[in-house]
Design a protein around this ligand. Structure first.
Ligand code: ATP
Length: 466
């Protein structure tokens, strides 16, 4: 059942608040009054990002013998974007309110009003007329009939390449990492001698001058992508497409640990497909503001390689020596946004629990591999050798996990602080520790406490943290 609107907004607000309070995400350029739609990831946020990247790399590169990694430039030759179609087609329809100057992305505005697909297939003129006929008001100032006509807006950020004004060439910050993979297909193929089917994966920043950047880190102008292009023989793409949708869903639920009920696969209808794609599905997550695309899986045919072959005049065909044939492979692309995954992970993990006496505990139930810190060590008091013993345990665990040493405030407060960071285990050193060499270990989700020997602490943690 859908949640009431205020509740949804409230839950996103709570996530934004805990993100700031616990050093996951800060507003960008804050001491200068902020720069809208930019965010900085704090000490705990960067740990979660790195853990997610590591898990993705592990499952999409290291554990497979058919995928290799790449780190291509953000700045590519401008012809790349002509070949890929981004210069002519990477547009969103926009419209301004003449009264308050609010700028809207027309397709999203219409989808918010009428549901998914409401703008699909409509020309700019049809969009303009549709909005006029319906008499939709400006969401900022409430005026009716004050919208300009819808027009196209290219989402690529332009910059100049070169120091002198005359010699400078207009280039773009990449709007996706995929094209860096296509233009390196020949290089990777030559050095690796991999046989088709094989994939090339990369993680990196992309930039889009989004008209309606919004919903915290869901849609930003600077973001990070984890993309993989899987090159396969024409005719096998349908099979691989299904394979990769399943593989991605499995990674999200079994490795990252997202709840299956918050994920769904939405297949694109024919009229929604890009002209070069023969199948596309979005893996969507149920964010507090509704279902939103998390991971796009697209079967892109041989469009990109054909275009680059034609624009660069390089032969990009694959030589199948056994079958004695040359062809341009087809491509299946799972493209995931790291920041949207981060938001999904935060939303999935967030819980406010009402304990006894109306006491509210905020806890982030991160999967253990995703949690920023794995263990926190607390001395009961900062004296009588308890702190020295706790530091000794801390030092002993450091080579294995990212561990916190925390001696400030009451133990209960320290537990709560680490519940909000999502630390799976807290270890307390007390007076008994000095006598019998045992510590109390408290598990985040159940809040259960156990007494265990320091000598078995590492094996206890190894069994529970992968
Ligand atoms: P949308 O329809 O939401 O704009 P898209 O279909 O244009 O997304 P793709 O080009 O398929 O997105 O990009 C692959 C992935 O990159 C998306 O599934 C999403 O996770 C991420 N992504 C795309 N644009 C943004 C953005 N502006 N901010 C954050 N992540 C993004």
């Amino acid at each position: 059942m859908a949640q009431p609107k205020e509740k949804e907004e409230q839950s996103l607000k709570s996530i934004v608040a805990v993100s700031k309070r616990r050093g996951f995400v800060f507003p960008g350029s804050e001491i200068y009054g902020g720069l809208s739609n930019t965010f900085d990831y704090g000490p705990n946020g960067v740990e979660v990002l790195n853990n997610l990247k590591r898990l993705w790399w592990e499952y999409f590169v290291h554990r497979r013998d058919d995928i290799l990694g790449l780190d291509s430039s953000i700045l590519l030759h401008p012809r790349v974007w002509e070949a890929s179609g981004h210069v002519s087609n990477f547009n969103d329809p926009l419209m301004d309110c003449k009264k308050c100057k609010t700028r809207l992305r027309v397709d999203k505005f219409l989808e918010d009003k009428e549901g998914d697909g409401a703008a699909t297939g409509k020309s700019l003129e049809e969009l303009t007329n549709h909005i006029k006929e319906k008499g939709y008001a400006c969401p900022s100032c409430g005026s009716v009939g004050t919208f300009t006509e819808a027009r196209q807006f290219n989402l690529m950020f332009k910059t100049a390449h070169g120091a002198s004004e005359e010699g400078a060439m207009d280039i773009y910050l990449r709007p996706e990492t995929a094209q860096g993979i296509f233009i390196n297909f020949k290089n990777v193929n030559q050095i690796s001698r991999k046989k088709i089917p094989f994939g090339i994966a990369q993680i990196g920043k992309s930039f889009r001058n989004e008209i309606m950047a919004r919903q915290f880190i869901f849609r930003t102008r600077e973001f990070e992508q984890m993309e993989m292009e899987f090159f396969c023989e024409p005719g096998t793409q349908k099979e691989w497409f299904k394979y990769w949708v399943d593989y991605c869903m499995n990674w999200l639920t079994n490795v990252v640990g997202l709840k299956a009920e918050n994920l769904r696969v939405r297949e694109h209808a024919k009229e929604e497909l890009s002209f070069y794609s023969d199948s596309t599905s979005d893996i969507e997550y149920k964010y507090p503001f509704g279902w939103g695309e998390l991971w796009g899986v697209a079967s892109r045919t041989d469009y990109d390689l054909t275009q680059h072959e034609s624009f660069s005049s390089e032969d990009l065909k694959y030589h199948d020596l056994e079958a004695k044939k040359k062809y341009l492979p087809y491509v299946v692309e799972p493209a995931l946004g790291l920041n949207r995954l981060f938001l999904a992970v935060m939303c999935d993990a967030y819980e406010e629990q009402t304990l006894e006496k109306e006491d509210i505990r905020t806890v982030l139930h991160f999967g253990k591999r995703v949690a920023p810190m794995k263990v926190a060590i607390f001395p009961l008091m900062k004296k009588d050798g308890l702190d020295a013993k706790a530091k000794e345990i801390y030092q002993d665990l450091l080579p294995h996990w990212y561990v916190d040493y925390d001696e400030s405030g009451a133990i209960g407060k320290r537990y709560r602080r680490h519940d909000e960071i999502g630390t799976p285990f807290c270890v307390t050193v007390d007076y008994d520790t000095l006598q019998d060499g045992t510590v109390t270990i408290r598990e985040r989700d159940s809040m259960k406490q156990e007494r265990i020997a320091i000598t078995s602490l590492k094996s206890y943690l190894f069994e529970r943290i992968l």
